[in-house]
Write a protein that binds this ligand. Sequence first.
Ligand code: NAD
Length: 341
Amino acid sequence: MSKTYKIAMLKGDGIGPEVTDAAITVLQAVQDTSDLKLKFLYGEAGFHCIAEQGTNLSDETIALLKRTDACLKGPMTTPEEPGAPVSAAVKIRKMFNLYANVRPCRTYPNVPALKPDIDLVVVRENTEGLYSGVEYEVAPGVGVALRIITKEASTRIADFAFKLAEKRRKHLTYVHKGNILRITDGIFKDAVKAASKKHPDVTIDELHIDAATMQLIKKPETFDVIVTTNLFGDILSDEAAQVTGSLGLAAGANIGETYGMFEPVHGSAPKYTGQNKVNPIATILAAQMMLDYLGEKDAAAKIESAVLKVLSEGKVRTADLGGSSTTSEMSGAIAAQVRSL
Ligand code: NAD
């Protein structure tokens, strides 16, 4: 008998409920047409919880996450005032030690991109760097943020990226700012170089972050796997998403030793809330990455094929892709395609 996976479903804020519902529609189609069995456990997290619960991630939601095999998370609004709760996504990443943030970016049929044939993955260290959340105002008007970089976390993310590159085109680019951040990025660079000895079949090269942002626009098709520290990875992956078409297509995985959280790369886009207008594909592809992580390769492949078919037909297109289809029309078309595969 096939296993039933327990999935924590956090719908989030803004457009979060719309795009997670869209992913649920597609996951339902996969379950109806295969042996896959998912049990969704719905939890509350995000900005909308703060007023009522005083936190964006309650103990109840944390307990729910701990009872599940993986989490599908919608985008959440993050307050920016000093002293406000830290982003729920950052808390979950740290709490479950989801050290690898994996963001694939590729060209899709009928989606205008800067270049054809882009197929790259940004692997971002997810637990430290400038996202350590350690900031002080040391004197009025003088702020300090700690950029914590360790050999342990750098080695772990380098190993992850090399293993991924081994399964792909065997090319790894490591991105840093070692000419300025000599100590912190020196540790990161040394860790990548040491890890490369364990993976001799992977070709490596390096770029400073400023050059990398430029090369990603000039020659995006030359990248395979990019590995970098937390903030640089956040910026590069949004840029890569736009280079390949739309933030509405970019999905991300947060993977640790024992748990995975999957989410769209985009945020809660508050101005589009409730309009049934945004592109749900990023969240649908996040669900695909989740099934892949759970070892359900056939089910994951079904979602990918269905997305590619709908995009290549070009009949259903949301506004970001130049059309006027709704969020639910897009998820309905992908679900119908899953059922016909
Ligand atoms: P955003 O990604 O929400 O929106 C930026 C723009 O991208 C939108 O105005 C829209 O034009 C476009 N866009 C985003 N998602 C789209 C989709 N699915 N389809 C079509 N177009 C889409 O970024 P923002 O405005 O900087 O952030 C809004 C809020 O989201 C902030 O509070 C931010 O902190 C939060 N955020 C959360 C996450 C997360 O939960 N992982 C990630 C990024 C931002």
